[in-house]
Design a protein around this ligand. Sequence first.
Ligand code: BG6
Length: 455
Amino acid sequence: MSDHIGTLVIFGAGGDLTQRLLLPGLGQLLESSRGYAVKLLGVGFDPMTDGEWRQRVTSSFAAGGAKGALSRSVAAKAEYLQADVTKPDDLRRILQAVSGVPALYFALPPTITIAACAALGKVELPRGTVLGLEKPFGTDLRSAQALNRQLIRLVPEKQIHRVDHFLGKSTVLNLLGLRFANRIFEQVWSAEHVERVDVTFDETLALEGRAGYYDKAGALIDMIQSHLLLVMAIVAMEPPSSLDTEDLRGSMAQVLRATRVWNGDAAAASRRARYGAGTIDGRKLPAYDKEPGVDPALGTETLAEVTVGIENWRWASVPFHLRSGKALATKRQEIVITLKDVPHRPFGLTGKPGPAQLRIGLNPDAIELDLNINGEGDPFSLDRVTLQTEFAAGELGPYGEVLHGLLSDDATLSVRADAVEECWRIVGPVLTAWRKNAVPLDGYRAGSTGPTSWR
Ligand code: BG6
C-alpha cells in the first residue's frame, strides 16, 4: 500500500456506522498485507476522551478480528476531537491535529455532510487531501449536483471518494473476471439471448435502531438508488479496455446514462410496501410504523421494486428488475440472468424445465448455472442440473476494500460524480410518482416474502 495518507480523520466518530463498519474494516485492512501505520483521528459532536475513543477503536477492531501489533498500535495512538464540522474554525483546529496528508471521511447524514463541505470551502486544505463520502450522496438530484460542484472546488475529482461498499464486495469484483475472462458468458450477454435480469437484495434484518436515517430514506434511496444500480451497471456495462479508474468508471457511467424506468412509466414500473408485525427466526418484530423514532406520516417503504430498461444496442427490450427490502423471510441476495428459451427444440425431446439461468450470489458468494440436460431414466426427457461453485473470499471485506482505496488514493472502486447523478436521475420519476401516491404503499408481514398481492 502507498503511504500517501498520513491521517484518517473520521467525522461522525461516535456514530453507528463508524463502530459497526468503518473501524472493523480499518482493523481488517491493518491486519492485511496492505496495512500500514496510519494516524486515526476521530471527530464528533459529543465529548469523548482519547481514552474512551481508544477503547471504542480497540473493541471495534476486535469485532472485525483485528488484534495484531499494528492495529493495537494504531488504536493506542488514536486521538479524538470534539468539534462541529459545519464551523470553519473547528475544521481548522482539526486540520492542525493531522500529520501528513489527511483523508477526511464523512460518516455523517447527507445534510450535515453538505453543510460541512460548504464550511470546508472557507478553510485551506493541505495539498493532496482526500475526501470520503458515505451514501446517500445528497438527498436528490439537485442536491447531489450542488454537492458535486462544491466538492470540485475543494479538491480534484480523483481525490473524491464517493463510497459505496457494494463496489468493495468480492462478488461484485468477481463479476469482472466472470464476464471479461470467459468467452462463454460474454457471447450471450445481450438482448439477443437474455430474457430478463433480476438484482435482488432481500434482508432478514429490520430497522435495527436506524430510524433517524432510514425513515427519511426508505428502501428505494437506501438500496436501489445506490447499491443496486451500481451492481446493475457492472453487470450491463460494455467491456472496459482496462481496469484503470477512468476506464472502469467510464463504462459504468455510460450504461447508467442509457438507463430509464421501464417504458418511461414510473408508476407502472415500481412497487412499494412496508412491513407489519411478524416473526423472523423466532425474533418478534413490531410493525415498522411502531418502531421507535419512526414517523408513520412519512409513509416510508421498507420494500421497493423498480424495473428499468437500458436503451442501447446491447440491452434494448430487456427488463432489469431491481428489488430490495427489509424484514423478509430469507436473505435472497443475488443477480439472476435468465436466458431466452432456445428457438427450436428437436421434436421428441420432452419436458419443459424452463430457460437456463445464471445466478450470482452476493451472499454467500457463489455462482450457479442451471442447464437443461437429458434425463437420467428417459434420455429423451429433459432434466434440470445446476453447476455450482463458490467464489473465493477476498482478503478484505467491503469496508476494508473501500478504505484501502481511500488510503492509497485509488478511486477505482468509488463512484464518479456523473454516475452518482445518473443514479438520482434514474430513480427521480419513481420518487415523484410515490410522493404523489400514484403507487399504493402495500403491506407485508415481517418474516414473509412480501405482500401477498405481489406473488
Ligand atoms: C447499507 C444500507 O448501505 O447496506 C443498509 O444502509 C443495508 O440498510 C446494508 O442493510 C446492506 O449491506 P451489507 O453489506 O451489510 O449486507
